[in-house]
Unconditional design. Structure first.
Length: 167
């Protein structure tokens, strides 16, 4: 993802309208819509730096001011999104697996029947796949994707913190 190179400074008026920063960040949300503008500052008067086109995409909220949230996507792009475009529904992107030279390509993650490395595999998931998080505990997340439900190692997902408990 590419963001515009110029960033506009937040003016004192913008900061006053936005309100004090929240102590709730950082945390993950997902996008509500297939079209969400990422702005260079907390307001519609700031230029659009990027347009997300994938509902459900997870974003990390790194700072908040009233109705605007500064977010970071999985690629590291940072900008501001209006809070009405964010959902508390937890989703994640499957991270790419580590490529090992001379070995065949492996799936980025394996969905398993339960939360053990030796549990029966249900399906393989490619890097970049969007999954819904049902819950996470003890380094495993119960996820749902395309009619499959099962467990994936938490370290294989972007959209949850290491060992984060999600119920």
């Amino acid at each position: 993802m590419v963001a515009a190179a110029t960033v506009h400074a937040q003016t004192a008026t913008d900061a006053a309208e936005a309100g004090p920063a929240s102590s709730k960040a950082p945390r993950y949300f997902s996008l509500k819509s297939d079209r969400v503008s990422l702005r260079q500052g907390p307001g519609t008067e700031f230029p659009t730096a990027w347009v997300f086109r994938r509902a459900g995409l997870p974003v990390e909220v790194i700072r908040e001011n009233a109705s605007w949230h500064e977010v970071r996507d999985a690629g590291g792009t940072v900008g501001w999104v209006h809070g009405s475009l964010l959902s508390r529904r937890r989703t994640a992107l499957v991270l790419p697996s580590e490529a090992k030279e001379g070995q065949p390509h492996e799936a980025a993650a394996i969905i398993r029947e339960d939360d053990r490395a030796g549990a029966q595999p249900i399906a393989q998931i490619e890097a970049g796949a969007l999954v819904s998080i049902i819950g996470c505990e003890n380094g495993w997340c119960r996820i749902s994707i395309d009619g499959f439900r099962g467990y994936v190692e938490q370290t294989k997902l972007w959209g949850t913190y290491p060992n984060e408990l999600i119920k």
